[in-house]
Design a binder for this molecule. Sequence first.
Ligand SMILES: [Zn+2]
Length: 229
Amino acid sequence: MFGIFIFYSVYLKLSSRCRIQVFRYVTDTPRHTVLPWGHLAFGYLVYSLGQRAVRRRPPTDLPTIALVVGTQLPDLVDKPLNWWFGVFDGRGAGHSLLVMGPCCLLVYLLARRYGYGRLAGGFVTGVLTHLFSDAWLPILAGDIQIGAPYLLWPLLPAPTYEKDSLLDHAVALEGSLRSLPWDSPVALLSTWFGAQLGIMLLLVSLWVYDGVPGLRVVTGGVRTLRTRV
Ligand SMILES: [Zn+2]
């Protein structure tokens, strides 16, 4: 952890000049939206490559299911809090490293004690990749205080957004889907939405190449349910 902090400080020092140009649009776009499948795709890419690098084998079934849950958990915590209880504005405790970090550590230590360390590894990878994919621009720009203050909630106040209800999300998604250049695949892939679709395609290819880990658990669960109905 301390090593990551040192590395990040050195990175910010070295990149202080060029990041002003490269990430200028971060200040113009204080929040970019990563869709659920974008989180899933990025999380699976990191996990699969990590498993191959460390264990020299593709991900297995149950840790992959835990990864999927982890990739969605920060939004599953903060979005309902916002939509149904008016707490935070879509990114708060569930997106805070100061909250999720200790929770993940606790989950991992407990799981490892009872022999489920690999399961917890998938879950923790999912949560951390979600936080990074929401905040990668401000993190790389060294602009956490303005671009991603939720990462350090409650030390920094959780951000407020003008509109963030479930209906606002649906309307914004519908508007952005209408405005996409569907007639040109190249132009489509150059948009943020298209880039996430591209990553999703990459994910599906990698997942099939890995032997569709997790699918057996889902189909097995459905079969069991059917036999009990
Ligand atoms: Zn999120």
